[in-house]
Design a protein around this ligand. Structure first.
Ligand SMILES: NC(=O)c1ccc[n+]([C@@H]2O[C@H](COP(=O)([O-])OP(=O)(O)OC[C@H]3O[C@@H](n4cnc5c(N)ncnc54)[C@H](O)[C@@H]3O)[C@@H](O)[C@H]2O)c1
Ligand SMILES: [Zn+2]
Length: 366
């Protein structure tokens, strides 16, 4: 007798994750311990950080948490992109399991984008997913990577190829911690801010132009404004397209070439440095394709120069390296190369087919 087939449909009540708050305020870092205490109760908190941030802020946070009677453990790994791998994730899984992680435990990701991506991925995968909070400490992480729930690690075949969408419970942003950030890291974060403004909001772009001097001096007032506006813009996009099926792709402006340049530099460039180069190069393509006016192109390059962002890199002269790197980029499909391109300042098009002569021309002339 043939068994009759049943159709069982799995229905999800929600297609998006619950909402969460992003708090931004100078001095917020000091408020963390009592806040965390009230969120977790008796549950164990695992603070995951890198070796640098542990020294600068990790120990201080642990003292605060223990004083607030939070059951907290601190785990660190070596700083830098090289730690975004399965070996580090495996070691973190082991340490969490050995220290009694439970479904109600909380991970607190304290650090830059690397810590946020790795600790968030560990939170997404351990025991099929536990809660985590982002406490970003680099400008790049504060304006970009801590918001939106993209977590993951690199693979020998490419960057960020292994990962998940796992939204944090909350994000705590304290611009005061940027005081200790090295200049190169600071500029790397500025590149993502310029990307967000250029992609989405001309009035924010105007603000950056007017305040370039104060930005370079790291004026706390101006930095807080930059972070707030960047996060508002990113959160609005992510809220409408959590899983990057459409609109969210605008945030990849500068990243198709940027990721390729980052790989071609063997990751000697900071992520934001590569994004700045990618943004300039892709804007050159948009101008050559008649999508972006020469005036807007010049305006963007002027702002980038005013903020001391590098806009060219000898590595992209190597056609072969660039092509190879582009072909492993997640955003390219087969032979047709899709780009996110500017159609004006604050106006972005996604999924633009770029014929190879435009890419070749860029490689030849820069
Ligand atoms: N998930 C996302 O949506 C997303 C978005 C953008 C970038 N990223 C990822 O973010 C990573 C880059 O992040 P990053 O630029 O923050 O790098 P990072 O995490 O490596 O931090 C840079 C350096 O600054 C140090 N540091 C951190 N905070 C400091 C502070 N307050 N004072 C002094 N030093 C401090 C770190 O120890 C490290 O040496 C890349 O792996 C990139 O792929 C992810
Ligand atoms: Zn980026």
């Amino acid at each position: 007798m043939r068994a009759s087939h049943q159709k069982i449909r799995v229905r999800f009540k929600k297609t998006v994750s619950p909402t969460y708050d992003i708090r931004i305020s100078p001095g917020l870092f000091g408020d963390l311990p009592p806040d965390i205490a009230s969120i977790v109760g008796d549950a164990r908190v695992f603070v995951i950080t890198d070796a640098n941030v542990k020294r600068l802020y990790g120990r201080q946070l642990m003292t605060g948490l223990l004083n607030a009677k939070v059951d907290a453990w601190l785990i660190d790994f070596p700083a830098g992109e090289a730690s975004k791998n399965s070996g580090v994730v495996n070691s973190l899984h082991t340490q969490l399991l050995e220290h009694g992680v439970r479904r109600n435990s909380l991970i607190l990701a304290l650090g830059g984008g690397v810590v946020g991506d790795v600790a968030g991925y560990v939170a997404a995968t351990i025991l099929r997913g536990i809660k985590y909070i982002q406490v970003p400490t680099t400008l790049l992480a504060q304006v970009d990577s801590s918001v939106g729930g993209k977590v993951g690690i690199d693979h020998p075949l490419g960057k960020n190829l292994i990962g998940a969408f796992h939204q944090p419970e909350a994000v705590y942003i304290d611009p005061l911690v940027l005081r200790t950030l090295p200049e190169r890291e600071f500029r790397s974060g500025l590149a993502e801010i310029v990307k967000i403004a250029t992609a989405l909001d001309e009035s924010f772009f105007n603000y950056l132009e007017k305040n370039a001097g104060k930005i370079k001096q790291r004026s706390l007032r101006v930095l807080t404004e930059l972070i707030t506006r960047s996060v508002q813009l990113k959160a609005a996009v992510v809220g409408r397209d959590e899983l990057e099926t459409g609109l969210r792709k605008v945030l990849n402006l500068g990243h198709t070439i940027g990721h390729a340049v980052e790989a071609a530099s063997n990751y000697t460039l900071r992520h934001g440095e590569a994004v700045a180069i990618g943004l300039a190069a892709e804007s050159g393509i948009a101008r050559d394709m008649g999508l972006l006016s020469a005036l807007d192109y010049e305006r963007l390059l002027r702002l980038m120069r005013a903020l001391r962002l590098r806009t060219s890199f000898p590595g992209i002269r190597s056609k072969e390296k660039l092509r190879r790197a582009l072909s492993t980029d997640k955003k390219s499909i087969g032979a047709s190369m899709k780009f996110v391109l500017l159609n004006g300042i604050g106006c972005t098009l996604v999924g633009v087919d770029v014929p190879s002569p435009f890419i070749n021309a860029l490689v030849k002339t820069r």
